[in-house]
Design a protein around this ligand. Structure first.
Ligand code: COA
Length: 236
């Protein structure tokens, strides 16, 4: 049974790849997009993610997965528009090696981002991703804590920009999020007056130890249930 606000995740393994191949439901545009990937891994993640998204949205709307129609926003954000012209239900997807996440909401515009916790130190990305305030706070941490704190800020910022539909067309270093290791709702401060992100709340989500995940949503109080996606959830 689908819930109002849910975050579903899968490890994109052979079983999910086989399931996606066994029920081709992508639109011609999606099939063409899948063929444009140079990396087999990225192609597979896209096909699995989009198939599961179609199945979930279809189940919520009582449609077959093939009948679900997505529109694409100006910066590439896919969304579903109902027959009255309203964007509904809301969803957002993130895929990284080893993890696909689909966030679904009946009440909030959402953005979700996951990053793999790799062994890097990320110094070379600090100026690109961090505001001056964030950089000072992260550099004041013990060196061993810095990579995780940096990735936290990165996922929070990407989730916000994905909720707003901007994607990374906006400079990540031009706005602030909280740096602390906390999953409470975080204040977002604007620096430049051009981007408007303060209507979103962002919080961290615990899914798997290998990845950090954040979700941004337009309703502060939205509670999201985190669930591993199974065939039973998909009604199969
Ligand atoms: C959105 C964006 C931040 C994704 O970054 P990423 O870390 O590589 O990827 P993630 O796995 O977290 O997210 C990808 C998903 O986000 C969604 N998405 C795409 N564009 C989006 C946007 N502007 N806002 C929110 N979500 C978006 C899609 O569902 C996509 O999955 P799909 O390829 O299966 O459709 C990045 O692609 C971006 O900045 N795009 C906007 C700029 C751009 O390239 N525009 C060109 C297209 S018009």
């Amino acid at each position: 049974m689908l819930r109002a606000n849910s975050i579903y995740w899968v490890k994109p393994d052979e079983d999910w790849a086989n399931l996606s191949e066994s029920m081709p439901c992508l639109s011609p545009a999606e099939a063409a997009k899948s063929k444009s990937y140079r990396s087999d891994l990225n192609r597979r993640n896209f096909v699995i993610g989009r198939t599961l998204l179609r199945l979930l949205v279809g189940q919520l709307l009582g449609f077959d997965a093939t009948q679900v129609e997505f529109s694409i926003g100006p910066n590439g954000k896919p969304h579903h528009v109902d027959r009255f012209g309203f964007e509904w239900p809301f969803f957002n997807v993130s895929h990284t090696p080893g993890l696909i996440i689909i966030a679904l909401s009946t009440e909030s515009v959402i953005g979700i981002d996951a990053e793999h916790v790799a062994g890097g130190r990320y110094f070379e990305l600090y100026d690109h991703v961090l505001s001056v305030r964030e950089k000072i706070q992260i550099c004041a941490l013990e060196p061993s804590l810095q990579p995780r704190a940096f990735l936290r800020v990165w996922t929070r910022k990407e989730a916000l920009l994905k909720a707003a539909g901007f994607g990374i067309t906006q400079e990540l270093s031009e706005f602030d999020v909280s740096v602390g290791d906390s999953s409470r709702i975080l204040p977002v401060l604007r620096h430049d007056g051009q981007i408007y992100l303060s209507q979103f709340a962002v919080r961290d989500v615990s899914i798997v130890d290998s990845h950090l995940t954040s979700i941004a949503c337009s309703h502060d109080a939205s509670h999201f249930e985190v669930k591993a996606l199974t065939l039973a959830v998909l009604g199969m």
